[in-house]
Design a protein around this ligand. Structure first.
Ligand SMILES: [Fe+2]
Length: 245
């Protein structure tokens, strides 16, 4: 079972053990669609060197209106399967919160499921930046949350307004870049922005944002590249993934 990689690469390792962004919880967003898929994805995480996975399922208006209860229920099922299969990996229930009208409602009602340590993984709209984003980031910090902006390199409206990165980062928002972006999976604009963020010391966390095994394979291939070997040395001193606990 789980022998889906043709070759095992002992040197393919991340330098941290916590994946802060994944869509591995089964059946509640457009990531894993079954416990079997989740287990396969967890095995891939382990091959990368990950032993703690944050299940950050989408919470978005109309499409994935998850609640702490739906997320915890999916996590409980996966935890049972992890135990049954004797996998040496742990999973935590949380979310990737899209800032939209559903977020407004759930946040106001206190129906929020942060990562361990009160970290909160938040996602902008891909169309346009929210007008009150700075105020919201201030507000969540006042309430004791530690905001993480998911994949800042993927919002095209920041590519020609890079001062917005500086403003948000200086305001205490941590930035989580996707390994898939570094691998070029989202095109060269996203990769260029990711590299710019690295060059400007604004990348605090890395994440797989893994939705399926295709994503896992793209990341595994990238981790085997010379480019990653060089980049990992630069990133290691400032990546704080393992502080999410
Ligand atoms: Fe995601």
């Amino acid at each position: 079972m789980f022998n889906f990689f043709h070759k095992k690469k002992a040197d393919v390792k991340l330098f941290y053990t916590t994946d802060v962004h994944s869509h591995i919880l089964p059946g509640i967003d457009h990531g894993s669609q079954s416990v079997e898929q989740s287990l396969e994805m967890l095995e891939a995480e382990m091959q990368m060197g990950i032993s703690r996975v944050m299940g950050t399922s989408h919470v978005t208006a109309e499409t994935f209106e998850n609640t702490p209860a739906t997320i915890k229920a999916s996590c409980a099922i996966l935890r049972e399967a992890i135990a049954e299969n004797g996998l040496n990996v742990s999973i935590e229930p949380s979310a990737e919160y899209r800032i939209d009208e559903y977020w407004d409602k759930e946040y106001a009602a206190g129906h929020i499921l942060p990562l361990p340590g009160n970290w909160l993984l938040m996602e902008n709209s891909f169309q346009q930046e929210l007008l009150e984003l700075d105020q919201l980031m201030f507000d969540v910090q006042c309430k004791g949350y530690r905001p993480i902006l998911a994949h800042p390199e993927r919002y095209s409206y920041y590519h020609y307004r890079r001062n917005r990165y500086e403003t948000l980062h200086n305001a205490g928002v941590k930035f989580q870049v996707n390994l898939l972006s570094l691998a070029g999976y989202f095109g060269h604009h996203a990769k260029d922005a990711a590299m710019w963020l690295i060059d400007n010391n604004m990348v605090d966390m890395l994440g797989s944002d893994m939705h399926n095994m295709d994503h896992a394979r793209v990341i595994m291939d990238y981790l085997d590249s010379k480019e990653w070997a060089k980049l990992a040395k630069r990133l290691e001193p400032r990546i704080i993934n393992d502080e999410v606990r």
